[in-house]
Each structure stands twice: as structure tokens, then as C-alpha cells.
Design a protein around this ligand. Structure first.
Ligand SMILES: Nc1ncnc2c1ncn2[C@@H]1O[C@H](COP(=O)(O)OP(=O)(O)OP(=O)(O)O)[C@@H](O)[C@H]1O
Length: 253
């Protein structure tokens, strides 16, 4: 479970990005975080894996207080939390398989790291992750020769190979065409349902958020202004979250 209690976050320049955030997210939820650009969505999800530090309050992941972790403890936290980005963050000149194998590097002894030697078991697990993402046939293709949707699947396979309990996704479909975006959203849904992985996703495409996520968190000016089932989100709720500017927001995506 992820639990925020009275979490505040100010940046070094004094800007207050999160104000009194209180949240409980159970294992296996599929949560979409929506709101205007600059509302605080990225800040919220990046506090969970300590990419950002909170300024006040308590943030726990499976009972562990995240804000007080140090060094190796932060790396251990991050092993259990996969992160997916809009830009895929793959090594473009390497094959899909090698990109997935990269997820094992942090746990390898120095000499294996230095020589780039992966064990048979690691190779099997990497291929299984590619198979799970239905992209096994592209294992030996360089990722810069894959489509955006295929690259995002490789990124998801790399995250799955890490066997996390939680996946944070920061605008994972923002650079994809509408059809591919639907496919990637349903990939997340499959992972969520089949593996009971918690998915927390920032997303500008409101229709996709409502179609695929089960829970929606609406943020406005650093505050949670809606938290409930996707099925209960009405036009009034959206107007409240987007401060009446939903149409402007939609023309930007
Ligand atoms: N390093 C930083 N220093 C100061 N202010 C920051 C920093 N990073 C973000 N902010 C500010 O904090 C606010 C929230 O930013 P955040 O990136 O969380 O918003 P967002 O809702 O994810 O926006 P977008 O949808 O455009 O990605 C914004 O006003 C932003 O300008």
C-alpha cells in the first residue's frame, strides 16, 4: 500500500507544488492522475520513488517511510517500483533484448557488469518479459527500428523483468498516435489485472484515463480535488479539476 499523510512539497525556489496530500492506494489499483499542466501530477508520482523529496508529512510504501531513506535503501525502494516515461528511455542502438537485460545490471557483481555477461536465467527472464508484452519476435531488433508503441512495450518489458509491485508512469502515451495509445493503455490494464501490479499514471488524455483506469485522482494547484472511481467522473467533476479549462487542455494534447 502507498499512503500519503499530510504531504507537502515545496521546490527550492519556494514554489509549493503539493499541499496537504492525503491518499491511500492499495496493491493492485490502476490509478490515473489528471489535472491541468503544472497542477502537480509529476511531482506527486515522483515523490513515491524519491525522485523528489517531500517537504513535510509522511509518505509510506508498504509500511516503509520513504522520506527518511538513504543511499542503498533508496535503491532498494526503487527496485520495487518500475518507472515508465513518455520518452521510453531506451538505449536506441541496442536490441530490445539487451534493453531488457539492462534491468538486471544493478544487482550484478562488478565483474559481470564490467564484462556485460548475463546469466542464462537472466536471458530467459528477459525473453519471458518480452513475451509477456507480446513483442518476443522483436527481441533482436534494434529499438530505434521499432515503432513508438513497440518501444513503449520494450520499456514495459524492461520494467516487468525488474518484477516490481508498483509501476509509476509519467505521461506514457503522450507521444503515441491515438490507436497505439489505446494499445499501450490496454497493455497496462493487462499487467494490472494479470499480475496485480499497482499502476499510477499521469495522463493528459482524459478519455483514455476514464476508459482504462479504475480510480481517478484529480489535482488542481497542488491539491487533490477529486478522488474516486473513474465511472463516477462527470462533466462537472472534470470542470472542477480543470478549473473550467478542459477544452483548452484537450486542444493541447
Ligand atoms: N524543479 C522545480 N523547481 C521549481 N518549480 C518546479 C520544479 N519542478 C516543477 N515545478 C513547478 O511545480 C508545479 C508542478 O509541476 P509538475 O511537473 O508536477 O506538474 P504537472 O501537473 O505534472 O504538469 P505537466 O502536465 O505539464 O507535466 C509547476 O508549476 C512547475 O512549474
Amino acid at each position: 500500500m502507498i499512503e500519503f499523510q499530510h504531504v507537502h512539497k515545496s521546490y527550492n525556489n519556494g514554489f509549493i507544488a503539493l499541499k496537504d496530500i492525503n491518499l491511500k492506494i492499495e496493491q493492485g489499483e490502476y490509478v490515473a492522475v489528471i489535472g491541468l499542466s503544472g497542477a502537480g501530477k509529476s511531482t506527486l508520482i515522483r515523490c513515491i520513488n524519491r525522485m523528489h523529496d517531500i517537504t513535510d508529512g509522511s509518505l509510506q510504501v508498504n509500511g516503509v517511510e520513504v522520506s527518511t531513506l538513504k543511499g542503498q535503501e533508496i535503491r532498494t525502494l526503487r527496485r520495487g517500483i518500475g518507472m515508465i516515461f513518455q520518452s521510453f528511455n531506451l538505449v536506441s542502438r541496442m536490441s530490445a533484448l539487451k534493453n531488457v537485460l539492462v534491468s538486471f545490471v544493478p544487482d550484478m557483481p562488478f565483474w559481470r557488469k564490467a564484462l556485460g555477461i548475463f546469466t542464462k536465467q537472466q536471458k530467459i527472464e528477459a525473453l519471458e518479459a518480452l513475451d509477456q508484452m507480446k513483442i518476443l519476435d522483436k527481441s533482436f531488433t534494434r529499438v530505434d527500428q521499432l515503432s513508438g508503441g513497440q518501444q513503449q512495450r520494450v520499456a514495459l518489458a524492461r520494467t516487468l523483468a525488474q518484477k516490481p509491485q508498483i509501476i509509476l508512469a509519467d505521461e506514457p502515451v503522450a507521444s503515441l498516435d491515438p490507436v497505439t495509445a489505446q494499445q499501450v493503455m490496454s497493455d497496462f490494464q493487462r499487467i494490472n489485472e494479470e499480475l496485480n501490479m499497482t499502476i499510477i499514471m499521469n495522463i493528459h488524455h482524459v478519455e483514455l484515463a476514464l476508459e482504462y483506469a479504475t480510480r481517478v485522482i484529480g489535482i488542481r494547484n497542488g491539491e487533490i480535488v477529486y478522488d474516486g472511481p473513474a465511472s463516477a467522473v462527470t462533466e462537472n467533476v472534470l470542470n472542477h479539476i480543470y478549473n473550467g479549462k478542459l477544452k483548452e487542455e484537450l486542444t493541447m494534447v
